[in-house]
Design a protein around this ligand. Structure first.
Ligand code: SAM
Length: 246
């Protein structure tokens, strides 16, 4: 199956990605629940457990890259103590606007700030953050190596990088079901709820194109990270990668 996103030039990819999230921003959170059958919640919980923010009032600065509407940020604030501060950085103004509204409504605005920025060129000084997370974001970035280099740069020495991303299903039987679900159900539900079928076709293709976990781990290592590891969840539907700046 070919929807036309496979061979677009690198320079055009970001523009297409921005259109996708511009068009779905208002319905993004609803769609997450629908498409994943609520599974994005336990996946994000696993990410937050790995972040392990201090429960005390010790200062802890997290950058949640491609943080969109703030989901991961809010969970980390819930899990952490009074010293936990999260910066949500995302390239898309609409996603950030939804995030700011949610933060205000739910009382997170004291601990979470939303800033526009590109993962390939982060607007932060070297060694600013104790931890950097990116959930379902890295596959949208055209030049993944640049983003990994930037994450490494803005992390403090001793800091940790955690990346949650769709991966490769490796359970016989489940792979077929997953394929059918991805190519048939997701674009249709996307069309019905957001009116934008193409956006969700893009989503499915970008998942299929993303490197397999071992290859992605090698890319993280190549960016300078140490003790790189990954855990697969839900039969490989997603993987959580980890690396340390030591
Ligand atoms: N992390 C959030 C979550 O898990 O709910 C949002 C994930 S959403 C699937 C992907 C996000 O990546 C979008 O908000 C999009 O704007 C953002 N994004 C895409 N390209 C980016 C880039 N180059 N730099 C920063 N963010 C980017």
């Amino acid at each position: 199956t070919h929807f036309g996103y496979e061979n677009i030039p690198l320079e055009e990819k970001q523009g297409r990605v921005d259109d996708v999230f511009h068009s779905v921003a208002r319905r993004y959170d609803l769609m997450n629940d629908l498409m994943s059958g609520g599974l994005h919640r336990p996946w994000k919980d696993a990410l937050v457990t790995a972040v392990n923010p201090p429960k005390s009032d010790r200062a802890f600065r997290l950058l949640d890259l491609a943080g969109g509407t703030g989901d991961v940020a809010f969970r980390v604030v819930d899990a952490g103590g009074d010293g936990t501060r999260v910066t949500v950085c995302d390239i898309n103004a609409e996603m950030l606007a939804v995030g700011r509204e949610r933060a205000e409504k739910r009382g997170y605005d004291h601990a979470v700030t939303f800033e526009q920025g590109n993962a390939e060129e982060l607007p932060y000084a070297d060694k600013t953050f104790d931890c950097v997370t990116i959930a379902f974001g890295i596959r949208n970035v055209p030049r993944i190596e640049r983003a990994l280099a930037e994450v490494y740069r803005v992390l403090k020495t001793g800091g940790r990088f955690l990346c949650l991303e769709f991966s490769a299903v490796d359970v016989p039987g489940l792979d077929k079901i997953y394929e059918l679900y991805s190519f048939n159900v997701i674009p249709r539900v996307g069309q019905a709820v957001t009116g934008d079928r193409e956006a969700y076709q893009y989503l499915v293709e970008s998942i299929r194109k993303f490197p397999k976990p071992r290859r992605f781990a090698a890319m993280i290592e190549a960016a300078g990270f140490r003790r790189v590891s990954f855990t697969q969840m839900t039969g490989g539907v997603v993987a959580l990668h980890s690396g340390w700046k030591l």
